[in-house]
Design a protein around this ligand. Structure first.
Ligand code: SF4
Length: 329
């Protein structure tokens, strides 16, 4: 049975530019289930990071122009994040304590002038948690940090990229949040460190029973960590399904193209790798009809360039936005 911890409905986020307003997230609907990992995948500029930042209301310089972002502390208690002042007390009580975030580059969260231990203790103190040295060392130990007492006394620049990311995760999880938003947290790491960080996030997710929104451009990472996956293209979700279903039976031509562009070790021979031609159009003038139609190898002339596909729920619970799956009647 569905038990969403977050429900996003018709969310539109715009950026104001000298050439006018552009919608980087466009009427997007998505939910995150309690205690599950939702992976969101798409090319750069598809709006996935902007969407994820809205949960903490740090979408600036973007602006939520319409839609609802509902956070269910429990099934009976719904908080409307979109109506909160982005700098007000209500969102500050939720930010980090209940919804925490890790970024691609931990240096953007750690200041260079204070030790790791000081900064983790500050985050704990700010949210009413035990901020003692023992608690800081315990937080670092919980993410498998080697020599945690020594690391607590070190400055961010003295750590390797993988250790900094572990410290960032320790800080994000120090208040035991209900939701962790992870925005490309392994993109800057080498492959073996990436695997360690993914295993760490997954094991802490299971231990704490938290929900995770994991943003990435890498479907291999999604296969490693997510229960469900949403594929985004030009500000919209074009396919959403359980991760196994997506890899076994992708429905949307964009998803199929993404899968054809990565090596598959789960199949004997999956054919030559195929690169998707072109790049997503700029957001100033999104294509008419289906936004993917200029690049789609399966487009239906006269239909896909004119009619906007709606999200259909299929029998296997996949949600897909494509005329090929349009229900009759
Ligand atoms: Fe391709 Fe048409 Fe489906 Fe869009 S609606 S993905 S253009 S087949």
């Amino acid at each position: 049975m569905s038990d969403p911890v977050v429900d996003i409905r018709n969310l539109t986020v715009s950026f104001h530019t000298r050439r006018g307003d552009i919608s980087v997230v466009d009427r997007l609907s998505l939910s995150i289930e309690r205690g599950r990992v939702l992976g969101v995948v798409g090319e750069s500029g598809c709006g996935k990071s902007v969407m994820s930042r809205c949960l903490l209301r740090i979408e600036a310089p973007g602006k939520i122009v319409s839609g609802n972002l509902t956070y269910f502390k429990d099934p009976q208690q719904a908080l409307h994040l979109e109506s909160m002042d982005a700098t007000g007390a209500a969102i500050r009580r939720i930010r980090w304590k209940e919804i925490a975030m890790v970024f691609q580059e931990p240096m953007s969260s750690f200041g260079p002038q204070h030790t790791i231990g000081f900064q983790i203790a500050e985050a704990m103190r700010l949210h009413g948690a035990d901020a003692s040295n023992d608690a800081v060392v315990a937080a670092l130990t919980s993410v498998g940090m080697p020599r945690p007492e020594e690391v607590a006394r070190q400055y961010p620049h003295q750590l390797s990229g993988g250790m900094r990311q572990r410290a960032m995760i320790a800080m994000a999880l120090s208040c035991r949040p209900a939701i962790l938003v992870a925005d490309e947290p392994t993109t800057a790491l080498d492959v073996s460190t990436e695997a360690q960080i993914l295993d760490l996030i997954r094991s802490r997710q299971i231990e704490l029973g938290m929900s995770v929104l994991f943003i990435t451009h890498n479907l291999g990472v999604i296969a490693h960590i997510a229960h469900e996956v949403a594929v985004m293209y030009l500000g919209q979700v074009v396919e959403r399904s359980p991760v196994k279903t997506l890899f076994a039976n992708p429905k949307h031509p964009y998803t199929r193209a993404l899968l054809q562009s990565i090596p598959r070790v789960d199949r004997e021979y999956s054919g030559p790798l195929v690169m998707l031609s072109g790049s997503p159009p700029g957001p100033f003038a999104p294509p008419s009809g289906c936004r993917f139609h200029p690049r789609c190898p399966e487009r239906i002339p006269g239909v896909c360039d004119r009619e906007t596909p709606v999200a259909e729920i299929l029998e296997d619970k996949t949600v897909v936005r494509c005329h090929l799956w349009r229900k009759k009647g």
